[in-house]
Design a binder for this molecule. Structure first.
Ligand SMILES: O=P(O)(O)OC[C@H]1O[C@H](OP(=O)(O)OP(=O)(O)O)[C@H](O)[C@@H]1O
Ligand SMILES: NC(=O)CC[C@H](N)C(=O)O
Ligand SMILES: [Mg+2]
Length: 552
C-alpha cells in the first residue's frame, strides 16, 4: 500500500502547497513507511524532495518544506510492491518530456513486462528503475508526446490517459502534475485503490477554492477540506491552475471493487472510503465473528472463555464489539509501545523482532484464564505465534485465536506486498493446522461472505452499493492476472532471498554481490545502477535491480 495526496491552491501566486502536502503525510503515514516524497510547482518550475524513511525524517521534521515553494503539488508515501526498496524508486517520479510531468501512484500493475517491452522497443523511452509506477508515468508521457502538440489542453490530457488504461493492467489510483498547467487524478476501471477529492475556500482569493486529493478522507477533513467526493472507477479529474475540477469517464467502468483489505487492516478507522465508514465496518466484523464463534465452538468451549483480548491496534474496534456480543469481559491486556510502528510492513526479519518490542502484556490479565485473542488478520502468523507464546508465558490456561478476516491463502497482486504463497500461514492448511502452527488451542476465521457483508453494511446512506476485491481470500482476482506475473513475482522474491544470502556471504568475504534477473552480477557489470544503490552496507537491502526487459 502507499499513500498519495495532491493539492492545487486557488491562488496561483501562493507558495504554500507543500505545507499542506507535508501535513497530509502524517495522516497517511500508516499506508507506507519505506519512503516519502513531495513535488511542487511554482510558475513552471518543479521542485521535489524524496528519500527513504518516514516523512518526519525525509523532511527533517518539516524544516525542508521551505525548499519546496509552489501553488500545487503531489506527494507519496511508499510501501513497495514492485521493484526494490531503493531510494531511487521513491515517488513522485518525474519526466521532463513532454511538459514536465510528475506522478505518484498507489497500486500495482500486473503486466509490467509487457509495458516495459512496449516502452523499450516501441516508445523508445528509457525507464531507469524497476518500479512499475515509473512505467505508468512513461506510458502517459509517451501518449501525450504522440499527440505532437507544443502545448496540451485538458482534452489532450484525457486523450493521452486512455493509453494508460489500455496498456496498464492492474489496480492504481494516481495523482499527477503537469508543470505550470494543473493537477490530474485518476483511478483504475475497477476502483480497487481508493481516491477522494475535497475543497475549501482559498485563504487569499475571494470566491476561489483550494482542491485536495488523497487516498483517505481523513487527510482531507483534518486539513479543513469538505464536500468530499470519491473518484469513480475509470474516472479522471483535471484541475487547471485557477480553475475548477473537470471530471471525465476515461474508461468504461468494469466494476466498483474496493480492496477489502483496506477495511480489514490498512485504512485508518476515522476514514471513509467510497462511503464506507472503516470504523463501522470493523464493528460489523466483530459482530459477525461473534456469531461464527458461537456456531463453531462447543457450548463448553464457549462458556469457559474468561476474557476477550485484542491484538493492538487494528483489531481493537472489532474485539470490543465481539466481547460485547459474546457477553464476555474485554481487556486491553496487550500494551502497544507507541514508539514502534506497524510490524506488518517492514521486512520479514524486522517483523519478528519488532513484535515483542511493540507488544507487551499485563500478566495478571492472563494468569489462570482462558483467553480469546482477536486480530484483524493472520498473514504469516508471526504476530499470532509470538503473542500466543506471550499469553502462555503470562500464565494463560488456554489460548484461542480468532481472526476478523478469512484465511489468507493467495498472493495479493493489487498493491499490497503480503507474502509469497508459501509464507502465508494458512496456505495449504486447515484452521486446526494453523492453530497447531501458532500454538493456539483453536483458531476461528471470519467467513468471506460475512466479511463482505460487514463492509457492505457500513456503506453510508446516499452512496452507491459497491463490491470488493477479495483475491487474497478467494484466489479470484477482479482483474485478469497474466500467469507470467505470478512467475515474475516468484522470481523477484527469490532474487531478494538470493540477494540476502549473497550479502551475508560477502560480509565475511571479499565483495558485495548484486543479484539481477539473470543471477548474481558484479557491481561493475550493471548498467542501470543508481547512486543510492551503492552507498554502503547500510543500503545493501536496497541494491538489487530487476529489469523487466531483461536489460540489466
Ligand atoms: O501474521 P502476520 O504476518 O504477523 O501479520 C498480521 C499482523 O500484522 C498486522 O499488524 P501490525 O503490527 O502491522 O499493525 P497494527 O498495530 O496496526 O495492527 C495485522 O494487524 C496483524 O496483527
Ligand atoms: N504500495 C503501493 O501502492 C506501491 C506502489 C508501487 N507499485 C511501488 O512499489 O512503488
Ligand atoms: Mg496488528
Amino acid at each position: 500500500m502507499c499513500g498519495i495526496s495532491a493539492i492545487l491552491l486557488g491562488d496561483p501566486k501562493a507558495t504554500t502547497a507543500a505545507v499542506d502536502l507535508h501535513e497530509s503525510l502524517y495522516y497517511l503515514q500508516h499506508r507506507g513507511q519505506d519512503a516519502a516524497g513531495i513535488a511542487v510547482c511554482q510558475g513552471g518550475r518543479v521542485y521535489q524532495a524524496k528519500s527513504n524513511g518516514l516523512a518526519s525524517k525525509v523532511f527533517d521534521e518539516g524544516r525542508r518544506i521551505a525548499e519546496l515553494p509552489g501553488f500545487m503539488g503531489i506527494s507519496h508515501l511508499r510501501y513497495p510492491t514492485a521493484g526494490t526498496s531503493s531510494a531511487s524508486e521513491a515517488q513522485p517520479f518525474y519526466v521532463n518530456s513532454p511538459f514536465g510531468l510528475s506522478m505518484s501512484i498507489n497500486g500495482n500493475i500486473t503486466n509490467p513486462q509487457e509495458v516495459a517491452r512496449f516502452l523499450d522497443q516501441e516508445a523508445r523511452r528509457h525507464v531507469n528503475t524497476a518500479s512499475d509506477s515509473e512505467l505508468v508515468l512513461n506510458v502517459f508521457a509517451n501518449a501525450l508526446n504522440e499527440l505532437g502538440k507544443a502545448r496540451a489542453n485538458v482534452d489532450d490530457i484525457f486523450t493521452a490517459l486512455r493509453d494508460v488504461y489500455k496498456r496498464c493492467i492492474g489496480a492504481y489510483s494516481c495523482v499527477a502534475m503537469v508543470a505550470g498547467f494543473g493537477l490530474l487524478a485518476f483511478r483504475d476501471s475497477n476502483g480497487i485503490r481508493p481516491l477522494c477529492l475535497g475543497s475549501r475556500p482559498s485563504a487569499t482569493i475571494d470566491g476561489a477554492k483550494d482542491y485536495f486529493l488523497a487516498s483517505e478522507s481523513i487527510a482531507l477533513t483534518q486539513l479543513g477540506f469538505t464536500d468530499v467526493v470519491n473518484i469513480k472507477p475509470g474516472e479522471a479529474v483535471f484541475i487547471q491552475k485557477g480553475g475548477v475540477p473537470q471530471f471525465k469517464q476515461i474508461e468504461k467502468r468494469d466494476s466498483w471493487s474496493l480492496d477489502i483489505f483496506e477495511m480489514v487492516y490498512f485504512a485508518r478507522p476515522d476514514s471513509e472510503l467510497d462511503g464506507i465508514s472503516v470504523h463501522r465496518s470493523r464493528e460489523n466484523m466483530g459482530r459477525k465473528l461473534a456469531k461464527k464463534i458461537k456456531d463453531t465452538l462447543s457450548k463448553e468451549a464457549f462458556d469457559e472463555i474468561d476474557v476477550v483480548i485484542p491484538v493492538p491496534e487494528t483489531s481493537n474496534t472489532s474485539a470490543s464489539i465481539l466481547a460485547q456480543e459474546m457477553g464476555k469481559p474485554f481487556s486491553n491486556a496487550f500494551v502497544k509501545n507507541r514508539y514502534i510502528f506497524r510490524t506488518f510492513i517492514p521486512g520479514q526479519k524486522a517483523r519478528r523482532a519488532g513484535i515483542r518490542r511493540k507488544l507487551s502484556c499485563i500478566k495478571s490479565e492472563f494468569k489462570d484464564r482462558v483467553v480469546l485473542l482477536t486480530d484483524d488478520s493472520i498473514v504469516r502468523g508471526n504476530t499470532s505465534r509470538e503473542i500466543v507464546q506471550m499469553a502462555k508465558e503470562a500464565g494463560a490456561k488456554k489460548v484461542l485465536f480468532v481472526s476478523c478476516s478469512p484465511e489468507i491463502r493467495y498472493p495479493h497482486v493489487h498493491g499490497i506486498d503480503l507474502a509469497d504463497r508459501d509464507e502465508l500461514i494458512a496456505y495449504g492448511k486447515t484452521a486446526e493446522e494453523v492453530a497447531t502452527a501458532i500454538g493456539a488451542s483453536e483458531v476461528v476465521y471470519q467467513s468471506l461472505d460475512d466479511l463482505k457483508d460487514a463492509c457492505r453494511e457500513a456503506i453510508q446512506d446516499g452512496y452507491e452499493k459497491i463490491d470488493f476485491e477479495t483475491g487474497v481470500f478467494s484466489g479470484h482476482y477482479t482483474t485478469p492476472v497474466p500467469e507470467e506475473y505470478f512467475e515474475h513475482l516468484e522470481r523477484l522474491r527469490s532474487n531478494k532471498k538470493r540477494k540476502a544470502a549473497a550479502i551475508t556471504e560477502s560480509e565475511g568475504g571479499t565483495q558485495t554481490v548484486l543479484v539481477a534477473s539473470g543471477g548474481p552480477v558484479n557491481v561493475s557489470s550493471r548498467n542501470h545502477i543508481q547512486e543510492e544503490d551503492v552507498k554502503g552496507p547500510e543500503n545493501r537491502e536496497d541494491v538489487s535491480i530487476y529489469n523487466f526487459a531483461g536489460k540489466a
